[in-house]
Write a protein that binds this ligand. Structure first.
Ligand code: GLU
Length: 452
């Protein structure tokens, strides 16, 4: 087989959205699988809606996802080849200039170029959907350029694909209805027909077209929320594709290995943020501890700074398993940290005297329990605090005999100052012996203020 050449031709008329990313990913996997060439083509012909910033965003987000390409073009910079092809079609009488009333201003005359449509049935084979036939008669002599300098999409895309020797056109099914027009133009210009694969578009959670209305669509916004590129790449690729291994979690190389256009689904799949979070959680769990610690530390530090709580990197390091257990995406940590949920790891809490005792347990009994627990906790050496299990076994028997909640609630509250938090052994382990005993002491001093 001749060497494979594919293209991803986004229109830079908006931020890179998950649909743009999907087009790039599917083309990428296919090309890399077959050692083919990938062409990035910025289809910026719509001068009013295309911007440099959108183009940059698309390039940036696709790079962030780990995609790359071999050639880069901008549609507007290819105008010479479009004009050449247009002139040739006119010279061959396969297209003609037609003087028509301008739509924008009444009374003006424009010179559009119309394709001389042979008006016949066009059938093409689609790798995903099989044979597709269209009767092109009703299209009439359709317009292919607003003027000789302004070719329309259906024309320029054919010239681009033809002159770039594109072998496979892999794109969303919203382009199926353009394909017969493109084939007619392609044949008129004498270009070979590429292989087509039109995949169904992602759906929003209400099964309508995925849009801003049904959820976030911009890749940038997922990135800003702290989704990992591996998770987005994996989820976008697998949604609507079942590889032979039926695996869901796959890295880029595995996906390249297994990719086959014929395994893409025929019906649309719902882009589900909960599923994306599931993937992200998986990749966060798999992240090396030092990288996780660096990012978590940055978020915690930033949040603590706002409340003037000193950041301690060694505490942040011990928090890695706690944080990892609780989040699906970095944004979760940002929110928890902003809500002060990690403050007590870094600074002694201001325990509310009335909340220290477990409901239904007297202050007197609570003082007795905290004093006993304090003795038990001071008897184990400081380095035993490196293991939460050792802390637990120091107080477990006592708590069992006196009532777990009556004993462990005040301990946990003394350490955290919060109604909900990780268990007291985990907290004691992270803050260490000294802070643990100091906080129990403080709770005892607070309890002395409560009337017995
Ligand atoms: N520029 C078109 C789009 O963004 C792509 C057209 C094509 O793949 O032929 O939908």
């Amino acid at each position: 087989m001749e060497s494979i050449r594919v293209r991803f031709p986004p229109s830079p008329t908006g931020l890179c959205h998950v649909g743009t990313a999907r087009m790039a990913i599917l083309n990428y996997l296919f090309a890399r699988k077959h050692g083919g060439v990938i062409i990035f083509r910025s289809e910026d012909t719509d001068k009013e809606r295309s911007t440099k910033e959108f183009e940059e965003d698309i390039v940036e987000q696709l790079h962030w996802l780990g995609l790359e390409w071999d050639e880069f073009y901008r549609d507007t910079e290819l105008i010479d080849r479009h004009k050449e092809a247009l002139t040739r079609l006119i010279a061959d009488d396969k297209a003609y200039v037609s003087e028509e009333e301008g739509k924008k201003e009444a009374g003006t005359v424009v010179r559009v170029v119309r394709f001389r449509n042979p008006g016949r049935e066009v059938t093409f084979n689609d790798v995903i959907r099989g044979d597709i036939s269209f009767d092109t008669t009703e299209l009439g002599d359709f317009v292919i350029a607003r003027s000789i300098d302004e070719p329309l999409y259906n024309f320029s895309v054919v010239v681009n694909d033809g002159t770039m020797n594109i072998t496979h056109v892999i794109r969303g099914e919203d382009h199926i209805s353009n394909t017969p027009r493109q084939i007619l133009i392609q044949e008129a210009l004498g270009y070979p027909r590429p292989i087509y694969a039109h995949y169904p578009l992602f759906l929003g959670t209400d099964r309508s077209k995925l849009s801003k209305r049904t959820g976030d669509v911009a890749v940038k916004s997922y990135r800003e929320q702290g989704f990992l590129p591996e998770a987005l790449l994996n989820y976008i690729a697998i949604l609507g594709w079942t590889p032979p291994s039926e695996q869901e979690v796959m890295g880029r190389e595995e996906m390249i290995e297994e990719f086959d256009l014929k395994d893409l689904h025929k019906s649309g799949a719902v882009f589900d943020i909960e599923k994306l979070r599931w993937y992200n959680r998986h990749y966060l769990q798999a992240m090396p501890a030092d990288l996780f610690e660096a990012e978590a530390g940055k978020i915690l530090k930033e949040s603590l700074k706002g409340r003037n709580i000193p950041f301690d990197p060694s505490i942040a390091a011990s928090l890695v398993p706690v944080v990892r257990e609780r989040i699906a995406v970095w944004e979760d940590l940002r929110i928890h940290a902003q809500e002060g949920e990690y403050d007590f790891f870094f600074a002694d809490p201001a325990s509310e005297p009335s909340r220290i005792a477990q409901k239904g347990v007297s202050a007197e009994d609570t003082v007795r329990h905290l004093k006993s627990v304090k003795t038990l906790l001071s008897e184990i050496p400081a380095d035993a605090y490196s293991d939460p299990e050792q802390i637990k076994s120091a107080v477990w028997e006592y708590a069992g005999a006196e009532g777990r909640a009556a004993v462990l609630w005040p301990l946990r509250y003394a350490l955290t100052g919060r109604e909900r938090s990780p268990d007291p052994f985990e907290v004691a382990h992270i803050i260490g012996k000294e802070a643990t005993l100091r906080r129990v002491d403080f709770a005892l001093s607070q309890l002395s203020k409560v009337k017995v």
